[in-house]
Write a protein that binds this ligand. Structure first.
Ligand SMILES: Cc1cc2nc3c(=O)[nH]c(=O)nc-3n(C[C@H](O)[C@H](O)[C@H](O)COP(=O)(O)OP(=O)(O)OC[C@H]3O[C@@H](n4cnc5c(N)ncnc54)[C@H](O)[C@@H]3O)c2cc1C
Length: 493
C-alpha cells in the first residue's frame, strides 16, 4: 500500500490547508499513487474561500515511465480506458462528475422498473484501484501549460464546490454530449431527459405520481385524462425504446393495479421527421410504426414543438396538448467543455471536436493534431469519417486508443501515422415492446434484418453479454425473471 505524503509546503495557512487536504482525501493512508509534491499545494489567501488548490500527480518517481494520463469522463469511452489502460506504465487519473459508468442501452428499462437502477451501473473505483479518481467537472483545458481546471461535484454538500487543477502529460477527452433542446422554451424546466440514472429515477417517480394523483377523490375525468397522457418527443431508438417499456409497464402491471384508469390512459410519440427510427431499414421502422399503432400508441410525425409549459406543450398547427409526463429525446448537443475548448477544431455543426484518424485533437489554427490530446465518443468525430454517436463507436474508439497507448508504453514507439481507426459496424437494435425487437445488421449482409420475438431474444442476449460485470449480468437476469413472473415494483419514494 502506497503512503500518501505531504512535505514542505510553503503556504501561510498550513493548518487550514492540511484540514482541507485531509477532508478531501479523507485519510493519510489511502491506497493511491497520488502525491502532493513540494510547493504544489499553494493556497493564496484570496483563493482560500473558494477552496482552490492544485494537485500534481506523481509520475516518474513512481516508476511510471510514460507520465500522467488524465481521462475526462466515465462513460462508454472513458470507462473502457479506465479498465484497460496500462497502469504499470501510465499514471492514470480520472475526472468525472459521476462516480460510475451507466450501461445506457438498458436505461429505459430502469425508468419503468423492468430492471433496477443498480443493474446498469458500475462504480469507477471498483475498476481503478491503481488510478486516482476525482468526482468533478473539468471546466477548462489549458493546453499551453498542460493543466486542466476542475470543480468538484459532490452531492452531499452542493454549496462547497472545490476548484482544483490537475497536470497532464496526455489528456483523453471523453465527456459525451448533452440532450438537444433546440432552445425551445420550457423544455429544460419541465421535460424529463433520459441520459443518466437520476433521469430514469425521476421518470419512474413521475409516472407513479400521475397514477396516484388520478386515483385521488374529487379529480375530474378531464383532469385524469390530462394527467394520464404520456408524451415522448423524439422518434429515435431512445424515444421508441422508452415508449415500448412504458407500454409494457402500463399493459402488464398498471392495468392490473389501476384498472379503472386504463380507459383514460394514452401515449403519444412526436417527431419532426416523416418517420420514426430513421436509422433503421425502412421495412423495420414501418414494422415498429404498425406495432405501435396497434397498441394504441399514437405516432405523430412532422410535428414541431413550439413551447413547453408545466402541464402542457404547444405543438405547431395542433395547439395545446396536456401531459402528465413528457420525455424529451431529440438528439445531442455539445458538452460545455467542448464549447470552451476554443483552440480545437470542430465539425461542420460546431458541436463535436475534430480529430485525426488516430483520435488526436486537431488544433484549429495550425490544422495539425496535438500530439498528446485525444478525443473520442459522442463529443468528437474524425475528420472526413463522421460516425454515429453510439456506444458502439465510443467503445471501439476507446479500444483503438488503448491498443495504441499500451503499445507506446510497452514497446516505446509511436504508432505509425498510417494506422488509423476503422469502425466495424455490428448492427443496431431496438426494443419495441411486448417481447419484440428490431435487429438491423444490413451493414454485414443485405438480408440480415429481422423483427419479432426472435430479435427480442437476440436483443436481450446481446445486452446481457455486453453488460460489464458478472454481478450485473446476474442482477439483470434476476430482475428480468422477477419482472416476468411477479411484475414490476410500483413503490413511490
Ligand atoms: C437511453 C440511451 C440508450 C442508448 N442505447 C444505445 C444502444 O443501444 N446502442 C448504442 O450503441 N448506443 C446507445 N446509446 C448511445 C450511447 O450511450 C452513447 O453514444 C455513449 O454513451 C457515448 O459514450 P461517451 O463515452 O462518449 O459518453 P457518455 O457515455 O455519455 O459519458 C460521458 C462521461 O463524461 C462525463 N462528463 C460530462 N461532462 C464532463 C466534464 N465537464 N468533465 C469530466 N467529465 C464529464 C459524464 O458524467 C460521463 O461520465 C444510448 C444512449 C442513451 C441515452
Amino acid at each position: 500500500m502506497m503512503k500518501f505524503t505531504v512535505s514542505n509546503y510553503n503556504i501561510k495557512c498550513a493548518t487550514a490547508s492540511w484540514q482541507l487536504l485531509q477532508k478531501r482525501f479523507n485519510t493519510t493512508t489511502v491506497s493511491t499513487s497520488l502525491q502532493i509534491t513540494n510547493n504544489a499545494l499553494t493556497l493564496p489567501a484570496a483563493k482560500q474561500q473558494s477552496k482552490h488548490f492544485t494537485v500534481q500527480t506523481k509520475t516518474r518517481t513512481l516508476g511510471k515511465s510514460q507520465g500522467r494520463v488524465v481521462i475526462l469522463g466515465s462513460g462508454w469511452a472513458g470507462f473502457r480506458l479506465i479498465r484497460e489502460l496500462d497502469k504499470k506504465n501510465y499514471d492514470v487519473s480520472v475526472v468525472s462528475p459521476r462516480n460510475h459508468f451507466v450501461f445506457t442501452p438498458l436505461l429505459a428499462s430502469t425508468s419503468v422498473g423492468t430492471l433496477e437502477f443498480r443493474c446498469i451501473t458500475e462504480p469507477v473505483r471498483t475498476y481503478s484501484k491503481e488510478t486516482n479518481f476525482y468526482q468533478a467537472f473539468c471546466d477548462k483545458i489549458d493546453v499551453k501549460n498542460q493543466v486542466i481546471h476542475c470543480t468538484s461535484n459532490i452531492d452531499a454538500d452542493p454549496t462547497k464546490k472545490e476548484e482544483f487543477t490537475l497536470d497532464y502529460d496526455k489528456l483523453v477527452i471523453a465527456v459525451g454530449a448533452y440532450t438537444k433542446t433546440f432552445g425551445i422554451p420550457g423544455v429544460k424546466e419541465y421535460a424529463c431527459f433520459l441520459k443518466e440514472v437520476n433521469d430514469a429515477r425521476k421518470i419512474r417517480k413521475r409516472l407513479i405520481d400521475c397514477f396516484e394523483y388520478a386515483s385521488q377523490p374529487g379529480i375530474s375525468d378531464k383532469e385524469k385524462e390530462d394527467r394520464l397522457h404520456f408524451v415522448v418527443v423524439g422518434g429515435g431508438p431512445t424515444g421508441v425504446e422508452f415508449s415500448a417499456e412504458l407500454y409494457d409497464f402500463i399493459s402488464d402491471d398498471l392495468s392490473r393495479l389501476y384498472p379503472d384508469l386504463m380507459k383514460k390512459t394514452r401515449m403519444t410519440l412526436y417527431d419532426v421527421a416523416p418517420t420514426i427510427l430513421g436509422a433503421f431499414d425502412s421495412h423495420l421502422s414501418d414494422y415498429a410504426s404498425k406495432k405501435f399503432s396497434r397498441k394504441g400508441i399514437q405516432i405523430k410525425t412532422q410535428r414541431i414543438v413550439d413551447r413547453v409549459e408545466k402541464d402542457h406543450l404547444v405543438i405547431k398547427d395542433e395547439g395545446k396538448v396536456p401531459y402528465g409526463l413528457l420525455v424529451w429525446s431529440t438528439g445531442l448537443t455539445q458538452n460545455p467543455l467542448v464549447e470552451s475548448f476554443t483552440s480545437a477544431a470542430k465539425d461542420k455543426s460546431g458541436q463535436r471536436i475534430l480529430t485525426d484518424g488516430q483520435l488526436r485533437v486537431i488544433e484549429k489554427e495550425s490544422n495539425a493534431p496535438y500530439p498528446n490530446i485525444y478525443a473520442l465518443g459522442d463529443c468528437a468525430t474524425i475528420l472526413d469519417n463522421d460516425l454515429p454517436a453510439t456506444a458502439q463507436v465510443a467503445s471501439q474508439k476507446a479500444g483503438f486508443l488503448i491498443k495504441n497507448l499500451n503499445a507506446i508504453a510497452k514497446k516505446g514507439y509511436e504508432i505509425p501515422d498510417g494506422k488509423e481507426f476503422k469502425y466495424k459496424n455490428n448492427g443496431i437494435m431496438a426494443y419495441i415492446g411486448s417481447y419484440e425487437a428490431l435487429v438491423d445488421m444490413s451493414a454485414w449482409h443485405n438480408w440480415a434484418k429481422m423483427s419479432g420475438h426472435l430479435s427480442w431474444l437476440l436483443w436481450r442476449s446481446a445486452y446481457i453479454s455486453k453488460s460489464v460485470s458478472i454481478r450485473n449480468k446476474m442482477l439483470i437476469a434476476y430482475h428480468w425473471f422477477l419482472t416476468f413472473t411477479l411484475g414490476r415494483d410500483i413503490s413511490r419514494f
